[in-house]
Design a protein around this ligand. Structure first.
Ligand SMILES: Nc1ncnc2c1ncn2[C@@H]1O[C@H](COP(=O)(O)OP(=O)(O)OP(=O)(O)O)[C@@H](O)[C@H]1O
Length: 219
């Protein structure tokens, strides 16, 4: 469960990116976050894994107050979150396998089971058999699939994605959107920001719309 209660974020220098944000996302929901460029979507998403901290208000993730979480507790929080953020770049000098393995190496997962999880995650995103390839040889859509496999390899209960279809051709964008819908059908809570909410329209997700740092509607 994700709860924002009267959350504000002012960046150093005084710019208010978010103000008075309150909403709840229940376990198993698919929620689309929309809004123009600069509306505050990335800022809102970054508050969930405590990449940014709110300047006011409370952010609760599965009952845990992440706004006040000590720095040392952040890795444990992030283990339960799958993140596909703008800055979640792939390592271009490492294979597809190594890229997806990375979160398991960081968390000290036993190597044998880790390899199985990587294979399962790649299968899940339609990249089985591509383990040894380098990201540069993949299409933009395939690279995004590797980033998604890396995000789900820890089997998170919550998946957060920031404009995961932004630079993709429409056909690839539809495939990536379908992938997130399928994770949601499997029980994962999904919060995804997009300029193109029509990609998700047919599954009638709940929509949160930001404008100039404020929530317009919580349908
Ligand atoms: N680290 C930062 N320091 C200062 N200002 C920032 C920082 N990050 C974002 N901002 C500002 O906060 C506002 C909201 O930015 P944010 O990236 O959250 O919007 P967005 O809706 O995700 O936009 P986009 O779709 O272009 O990514 C913008 O005016 C941006 O310039």
């Amino acid at each position: 469960m994700i709860v924002f209660d009267s959350v504000a974020k002012r960046y150093p220098g005084g710019y208010t990116a978010l103000a008075g944000i309150s909403f709840e996302i229940r376990h198993g929901e698919l929620v689309v976050l929309s809004g123009h460029s600069g509306a505050g979507k990335s800022t809102l998403l970054k508050l969930i894994p405590a990449i940014e901290r709110p300047t006011a208000g409370t952010v609760l993730i599965n009952g845990q107050d992440v706004s006040r979480l000590p720095r040392r507790a952040i890795p444990y929080l992030r283990r339960n979150l799958g993140l596909v953020l703008q800055e979640s770049r792939l390592l271009f000098d490492r294979s597809v396998f190594d890229n997806v393995m990375l979160p398991l190496v960081i968390t000290g997962h036993p190597p044998g089971d880790a390899s199985k999880r990587v294979a399962a995650a790649l299968e899940r995103v339609g990249l089985a058999g591509r383990e040894k390839e380098l990201p540069a040889g993949l299409s933009g859509g395939e690279q995004q699939r590797v980033a998604i496999a890396r995000a789900i390899v820890n089997r998170p209960s919550i998946l957060i994605a920031d404009e995961p279809t932004a630079h993709l051709d429409p056909a690839y964008a539809t495939e990536i959107a379908d992938l997130f819908k399928s994770f949601n059908r499997a029980g994962v809570t999904v919060l995804i920001s997009t300029h193109d909410a029509s990609l998700f329209a047919e599954s009638a997700p709940r929509r949160l719309t930001l404008a100039k740092g404020q929530l317009l509607e919580a349908a």
